[in-house]
Design a protein around this ligand. Structure first.
Ligand SMILES: Cc1cc2nc3c(=O)[nH]c(=O)nc-3n(C[C@H](O)[C@H](O)[C@H](O)COP(=O)(O)OP(=O)(O)OC[C@H]3O[C@@H](n4cnc5c(N)ncnc54)[C@H](O)[C@@H]3O)c2cc1C
Length: 335
């Protein structure tokens, strides 16, 4: 094991925050991972670094998960069970599935990060979440080094949520994930307006999973800032879910407030709209800012610290709360 000391994590987090790790090593196998965790009291797990804001230097051994491998472990006439190691890049895994004509993940194309992290917040986009194709995951308990298999019900998936963000936060390291994908009669989901318009633009009448993936890639490239060009962590806040009665109250005061019905009693309100109404869209405070096209995305223009970005996030939360009475929940992991 090669442990580097006092290294910058700038290139290991998509916000581009220049925090330091007192010790850092790359993990290439599950056995190596188990050996380290039973001997080390203070570790931090780092994968793609696309869902965290580093507000301080890390005085721990940072384990950068780089375990690789994609295997078909079982097949039926209609479905295939594919296991991917935690360190596989998510988008490359999605492309692998599309190349093999395995359906179910195409709407999740181009989401940054790794496979092993995908269940933690039940990643989702364009009407699909990983819970829809999730079968099982393998993990190691940090306190004991014991292996455990979780099925979907044990993961307790919710909107950008799972047991790994709650009761089991920081207790397990996910080492591989198994997905159940379709081999034929793919259950395509192109109900989102943006995907439909893109398909129309391309004159595609009977889309394949690759058509959907290509559309999603183009839409994402046109809408979301590329972390290679400007530091960010995607959506910084969750879209708040409020009761229909609270929504009606707000609508009386703010007639243009948008909403998406999610149940008979609740609606989801776009956090980006709330932030924009509070005047933050495109605003810059030193090198920390709110993106000019997408208010849900906080950005690092170059040398912002994690604390500066966090302070901006807290100001936004206060203003949205005092204007609309809605608490905004942060989606990104604050470290
Ligand atoms: C431009 C952009 C767009 C995005 N769009 C979306 C989107 O559309 N939908 C969506 O859901 N998300 C989106 N995200 C968020 C992000 O891509 C996902 O949350 C992704 O799953 C994070 O993976 P990661 O490997 O980068 O995690 P990291 O940031 O490395 O880690 C996140 C957290 O998980 C812990 N962790 C990391 N690996 C493991 C492991 N193997 N086991 C246990 N704990 C672990 C870390 O300690 C940390 O607390 C976007 C991010 C960006 C930058």
């Amino acid at each position: 094991m090669n442990i580097q000391e006092n290294i910058s994590l700038k290139k290991h987090n998509t916000f581009g925050i220049d925090a330091k790790a007192s010790r850092f090593t790359s993990i290439e196998s599950v056995s190596e991972l188990r050996e380290i965790i039973v001997n080390e009291a203070n570790i931090f797990i780092l994968s793609g670094g696309s869902n965290l804001l580093l507000t301080k230097d890390l005085d721990s051994l940072v384990l950068h998960i780089n375990t690789k491998g994609i295997d078909i472990i079982e097949e039926t006439n209609t479905h295939v069970f594919v296991k991917a190691q935690a360190g596989e890049n998510w988008h490359e895994f999605v492309l692998w599935c599309i190349e093999h004509n395995f359906g179910g993940l195409e709407n999740l194309s181009l989401i940054p990060g790794n496979v092993g992290t995908s269940p933690i917040q039940n990643i989702g986009a364009y009407g699909v979440e990983i819970k829809d194709t999730f079968h099982k995951l393998k993990a190691i308990e940090i306190a004991t080094g014991n292996r455990k298999i979780f099925d979907a019900s044990e993961c307790n998936f919710g909107y950008r949520n799972s047991v790994f963000k709650n009761e089991l936060k920081g207790k397990y390291i996910i080492t591989s994930v198994i997905f159940k994908l379709t081999k034929k009669n793919h259950n395509l989901n192109y109900s989102y307006g943006a995907i439909q318009s893109e398909l129309e633009k391309r004159k595609v009448l009977n889309p394949t999973i690759k058509d959907i993936s290509d559309c999603v890639i183009d839409i994402r490239n046109s809408k979301l800032p590329n972390p290679k060009e400007i530091g960010n962590s995607g959506s910084f806040f969750k879209n708040p879910v409020i009761s229909i009665s609270k929504f009606q109250e707000l609508k009386n005061k703010h007639q243009t407030i948008p909403s998406y019905k999610i149940s008979k009693t609740e609606v989801k309100v776009p956090a980006g709209w709330l932030i924009e109404q509070c005047g933050f869209k495109g605003k810059r405070f030193g090198d920390a800012g709110v993106h000019s096209k997408q208010s849900l995305v906080l950005v690092n223009y170059g040398n912002a610290t994690g604390q500066e970005i966090y302070a901006l996030a807290q100001n936004i939360q206060k203003k949205v709360s005092s204007t609309f009475g809605i608490p905004l929940e942060i989606e990104v992991n604050i470290i």
